[in-house]
Design a protein around this ligand. Structure first.
Ligand SMILES: Nc1ncnc2c1ncn2[C@@H]1O[C@H](COP(=O)(O)OP(=O)(O)OP(=O)(O)O)[C@@H](O)[C@H]1O
Ligand SMILES: [Mg+2]
Length: 209
């Protein structure tokens, strides 16, 4: 089993969007996927409830109270972490994961919070010694935006250059409405968006292998 933890101490940065999209991507290629929702808001589990029966199946599990075992058959485990995660709670989740994805929004407030979070997790042993790696995603970026440029510069300065940058688009919000991910869609717009995820999927697959 390969396992991906999506986390950032900051709320609303796109953790659930990334967790559900990755779950959709892996399910679409026929892998057995489990989506573990650690957040009491149960956004990922709500998304699964809306998911149509004919879409590739994703198993949902509730980890908001405790970390439970995962079905033996699971090939990809995606863990959707809550905001305001303490270092101790993060460490528990990190034990379950091969790679951590950290989404960050282009704003000064989000940069400050992310800087503190990355500093905290970079210091943890499995990350320090390279056993587990971190992939940063610049999320909701906008062309020609000062904040988007500042985010990229900031991430380079921290030696965490983004593996991918995702644009700010209603495609994600609209697609999630019906329990689908962009990987469950065949239209041109979704296909263009899917391409952008390939470096991240590749990164996670290689880090977890
Ligand atoms: N690339 C994007 N473009 C447009 N909207 C986005 C994008 N990514 C996320 N969103 C929207 O931003 C909001 C927050 O995203 P999401 O719920 O994924 O964040 P989160 O980090 O899981 O939040 P929380 O900390 O509350 O769990 C949602 O309304 C989501 O649809
Ligand atoms: Mg969430």
């Amino acid at each position: 089993m390969r396992s991906i933890l999506v986390a950032n101490a900051k709320g609303g940065c796109g953790k659930t969007t990334i967790a559900t999209t990755l779950a959709g991507a892996f399910a679409q290629v026929g892998l057995k996927v489990t989506l573990a929702d650690v957040d009491r808001q149960h956004s990922s589990l709500g998304w699964l409830e809306r998911r149509p029966a004919q879409a590739p199946r994703i198993e949902g599990i509730d980890w908001s109270k405790k970390i439970d075992s995962v079905r033996k058959k699971t090939q990809r485990l995606i863990i959707d972490a809550p905001a305001a995660l303490t270092t101790d709670d993060f460490k528990l989740l990190l034990k379950q994961a091969d790679v951590v994805i950290v989404p960050i929004l282009p704003s000064a407030f989000d940069r400050d919070a992310a800087s503190a979070f990355l500093w905290r997790i970079d210091a943890l042993k499995p990350i320090r010694n390279g056993k587990k790696s971190i992939a940063v995603v610049a999320n909701r970026t906008r062309l020609h935006s000062r904040a988007s440029r500042a985010l990229t510069d900031f991430l380079y300065s921290l030696d965490h250059e983004p593996v991918i940058s995702l644009p700010d688009t209603v495609l994600y919000t609209d697609t999630a409405e019906t329990g689908l991910s962009i990987f469950d869609r065949r239209d041109g717009r979704a296909k263009v968006a899917q391409e952008m995820w390939l470096p991240l999927i590749d990164y996670a697959e290689r880090a977890a292998a």
